[in-house]
Write a protein that binds this ligand. Sequence first.
Ligand code: AMP
Length: 215
Amino acid sequence: MNLILLGPPGSGKGTQSSRLAKEFKLAHISTGEILREAVRSKSYLGEKANHYIHTGQLVPDEVMIEIVQERLNALDCKEGFLLDGFPRTIHQAEMLEAFTRIHLVVALKVEEEECVQRLASRKTCPGCGLTYNPVNHPPKKENVCDQCGAVLILRGDDKPETVRERLKVYVKLTAPLIEYYQRTGRLEFVDGTLAPDKILQNLKNMLQSKILLWK
Ligand code: AMP
């Protein structure tokens, strides 16, 4: 099963993707995480991507397509994968169609204002990438990652002015993907405003019903 999880920044797609990928034993491919890792390791890709990430802009399509195409060739993707953060433009989606088959696209629905508020208070683990929110997903110990024990940080691109830019970019370049996938009959919506455990349950129920239909 090859899936895409779509949603604006702050919709919770990172959190839900990693939990869902574990549940269904899918390779979790977060393009944001791949880029942040490249920035941390100061690789050539990281040097190129840094400016785009920190100004809330998209890394050029050609760079992203090459990264994803290469990643999808890895052995762990053979039994299925979950794309989180890709595609983000119609061109990326068209290129993706050219080299793999996507069975289902799930869009997490959350209003823009709620995304801004969530990101303003979001804390991220610099070690494993898990994100936390004081309201609906606080860490067990204040400011410390439940999973790996690292001290949580405010991500550079979660600053209010960058968040506004990321949302603008989302509306202009990424939101049209909803219509693009709707036309092919592969799109499902899930309410992203519920509690994280409830969202996960709804995602699981929906995927399980799809799997039964496909069998
Ligand atoms: P994310 O963690 O998915 O919110 O991504 C963080 C940042 O990485 C984005 O704001 C973009 O600058 C960059 N990025 C991640 N995925 C893509 C993509 N598919 N296309 C272009 N830029 C991307």
